[in-house]
Design a protein around this ligand. Sequence first.
Ligand SMILES: [Zn+2]
Ligand SMILES: [Zn+2]
Ligand SMILES: [Zn+2]
Length: 333
Amino acid sequence: MPQLRQNIITGEWVVFAPERAKRPTDYISISTERKQKKSDCPFCIDSTKSEYPKQIEGLEKKHTFVLKNKFPAFVEDPDLESAKLYKIEDEFYNMKIALGGHDVVVIKDHDQELPDFTPAVWTDLIETFKQRYNYFDKIENVEYVMPIYNHGPQAAASIEHPHAQVFASSVVPNIVSRELSHTAKYFTEHKSCAFCDMISHEKEQNTRLIFENDDFVALAFYAARFPFEVWVLPKKHQSHFRDLTEQTTAALSEMMIKIFGRLNETLNDPPLNFFIHSAPVNKEKNEELPNYHWHIEIAPRLSIYGGYELGAGMVIDIITPEQAAEYLRIGKR
Ligand SMILES: [Zn+2]
Ligand SMILES: [Zn+2]
Ligand SMILES: [Zn+2]
């Protein structure tokens, strides 16, 4: 029977209608051939044709460097006062300038794909995300910072060279707003963090847990919106991603390598996105929110949303997270 499952973090509903007993091989997408050569690549440092802006200084590491996005979704405005307020457009609509920032974090090695990142690459990437978070935290209009990664053309990676992006916005993004308000409600009712409770519950149940180490768990999310969706969470309650230490960064790198290795093995290098959800920036105060727990969501892009998903804002998923966890734990097809 199809099921409705409620997302305990946002309160939203997801429909599970498993089509039939499918195997992971049914989800393997035909891999598209890689065509972009290093000589035509805007991110290869030695490319003479690069029209890309210069690196942001002081952020280069052994394996990564940072550029400002050539076509930014959010811009830094030198005239801070100008953009604080909503403007009424046509005397009718609300509008404001999309302030913030939009960086590209480039992995130096053109040929090193996400599933092959070494611990050293992960460390440089995570360290850069933290540095940019701390930078945007000091910018007056920035309310939120979100690092993301697109892997594969079906996951909107328009340039093949491996790269992450950091979005800084003057508004808290819609999904994060829902997570914040629903977990605040949960906290009022239960006097505990929904994420911490979910981690304990998943460890007890042991049907959706995929991996754990001393500091992190990886699980197939109960109300997944994507087949094989995986969440990675720190075991200890922590609201801000930037509070990762050297030790927990190493543990996170280990976890990411295992998860992407297993997704690659099971689904043959699926297109995917991942993003980091952390508490909104709070101007260097670094206050812990009792209801919010930072986490990483990994979304393989194996299904296409249809009219119902768009019309209902409610997703129909065709593989249960219990099945997905079973495959990902042992890496079988
Ligand atoms: Zn390149
Ligand atoms: Zn928590
Ligand atoms: Zn989230």
